[in-house]
Design a protein around this ligand. Structure first.
Ligand SMILES: C[S@@+](CC[C@H](N)C(=O)[O-])C[C@H]1O[C@@H](n2cnc3c(N)ncnc32)[C@H](O)[C@@H]1O
Length: 504
């Protein structure tokens, strides 16, 4: 048995081989006299080995657990994505209003105001489609019908009552986000007073600083890489989108989270239904013109048409007798009459043979049984009816509920800036200007969509009169201009008399 530097060297009795063992714990001293690591006992060594093994086993288990969790999250994400793709569009609400109600207004300003009231009511009650219909039929020379649809050669194929066209045009103008209006609405006399109208303040009218994952935009005439195009979505810089689309088309863009490596903002084109379907946000209404009462029903944009139709009249059933949530629907249609009511609209329709309007609808309702005025005007009836019917409606597919309060401007943030600016100091104004010009990052969306766009909503203003096509920059008519709320006082001051008919 030899003791060499802390090791026992021994010859095995049985095998004759040299055995080396560490010396049992004994303080070791180095050659320079300083103490070195103490020698460990076998027990300690084994304990340490076991601890190390345990630690490795734990680490392995942790890793496996982590991998399992990651796989589970991936599967969950895939499942929600698949679910999203299958998610049906929520039920829709359509209203039909006769264009002739504008003819009853006393001045051009009042005509525009009535149109604004229809637009406001539609948005307040989250209406998805507004149908402007002709309840008169044959037009006199004064209410000359104008052509509005284009055929392949670009010439007009149809005619429409002037008042219907104006109502449809103002409804579309107000629904369009402000930053896009100049692209879709060349100056036109129908829109002369639209600048005075109350704004709709809908969630899709986003400010530059608003952060929301969807934005309405227009394809720009700007070169982009293969298979892509640029869209103006109301931000400081145009957004690169994932499809090559011709300039001037209105699109709905899903914004990608801002990349840390690139300053370029990117987005995906999606169907205009997607913002509402995925987030529950109200995303404005579509406008359609119907040439008669019957066309309201026959030209529905929904494949299955309207499954529940409701006519409104003071001769209808008392709304208070209708049980709550009893009108269950996928695509609901509510029709309003004009000055002479729906009876007159029916008698002016050449295609419909029934003589009682009640027979045209699933329900025929009086929305204010104890009215205090002999007659309720259509624009008033709209608000009353939509409010009274709220509790009676039961959409088959309800909107998803998401808390959007942090992402969308709230009521205190919706005023017209001109007025509010008057109240702030020059210094505040300057600061606001700097803030407003800083492009905001887009809210991070963990699961980028794969959904392809159902393509575009419209190529241009479908109600544009081909005979009145103008250069983008040139006014429609030298005599007319869009009067904005900031210029009206000047307009008024410059007028020498109060004769409003000069605007006609
Ligand atoms: C000037 S009113 C027409 C008056 C007509 N007596 C009637 O109600 O049929 C214009 C439209 O407002 C709506 N309206 C007016 N009063 C209503 C009421 N009490 N209930 C439901 N709708 C009403 C109807 O759509 C009507 O066609």
């Amino acid at each position: 048995l030899l003791h060499v530097r802390g090791l026992f060297l021994a010859i095995s009795e049985s095998t004759g081989r040299l055995l080396i063992k560490t010396m049992p714990a004994a303080p070791a001293v180095s050659s320079n006299g300083k103490p070195t690591e103490p020698h460990k006992s076998w027990k300690k060594v084994n304990e340490e080995r076991k601890a190390l093994k345990r630690q490795r086993k734990q680490e392995k288990l942790l890793k496996e657990l982590q991998q399992a969790e990651e796989a589970e999250t991936r599967a969950e994400l895939a499942a929600t994505e698949a679910q999203k793709k299958d998610r049906p569009n929520p039920s829709t609400l359509s209203i039909a209003v006769p264009g002739s109600i504008l003819e009853n207004a006393q001045s051009a300003e009042l005509r525009a105001y009535v149109a604004g009231q229809i637009a406001r009511a539609a948005c307040i009650f989250r209406v998805n489609e507004v149908i402007v219909f002709d309840d008169v039929g044959i037009a006199t020379a004064r209410e000359t019908k104008r052509s509005y649809e284009e055929d392949a050669e670009g010439s007009g194929t149809g005619t429409v009552r002037s008042s219907s066209l104006q109502l449809a045009r103002i409804l579309q103008y107000l629904e369009c986000p402000q930053y896009l209006r100049k692209y879709f609405f060349p100056l036109h006399k129908d829109l002369k007073y639209s600048g005075l109208l109350n704004p709709l303040d809908t969630p899709h009218h986003l400010r530059q600083q608003s952060m929301f994952r969807y934005r309405e935009g227009v394809i720009c005439d700007k070169k982009a890489k293969e298979g892509h195009s640029y869209a103006n979505v109301g931000l400081l810089n145009d957004v690169l989108v994932d499809k090559a689309i011709e300039p001037g088309v209105r699109v709905t863009v899903k914004m990608e989270p801002q990349s840390e490596t690139s300053r370029k903002q990117k987005g995906t084109l999606v169907s205009p239904d997607e913002p509402r379907r995925e987030t529950g946000v109200y995303w404005g209404y579509q406008v359609r013109i119907a040439h008669s009462l019957s066309e309201i029903f026959t030209k529905s944009p929904y494949d299955s048409g309207y499954d529940v139709t409701l006519g409104t009249s003071d001769r209808g059933t008392n709304v208070h007798e209708v049980p709550n949530r009893s009108y269950s629907f996928k695509h609901m249609l509510i029709v309003f009459g004009g000055l002479q009511g729906l009876e007159s609209a029916l008698s002016n329709d050449e295609k419909l043979t029934v003589d009682d309007p009640e027979l045209l609808f699933d329900h025929y309702v009086n929305v204010l049984p104890r009215q205090g005025s002999r007659t309720i005007r259509t624009e008033e009836a709209l608000l009353i009816a939509l409010a009274a019917l709220q509790e009676k409606l039961q959409p088959d597919v309800e909107d998803v509920e998401t808390d959007l309060s942090d992402l969308l401007p709230q009521s205190e943030d919706t005023g017209i800036s001109v007025r509010r600016d008057v109240l702030v100091s020059k210094k505040q104004k300057k600061r606001k200007l700097v803030e407003d010009t800083v492009e905001s990052p887009v809210v991070y969306e963990p699961s980028p969509p794969k959904a392809l766009p159902k393509v575009v909503r419209q190529t241009a203003n479908p109600f544009a009169d081909p005979s009145e096509s103008f250069e983008k920059t040139a006014p429609a008519d030298d005599d007319f201009e869009v009067v904005s709320s900031t210029t009206i006082s000047a307009t008024r001051q410059s007028s020498t008399n109060n004769d409003l008919s000069r605007f006609d």
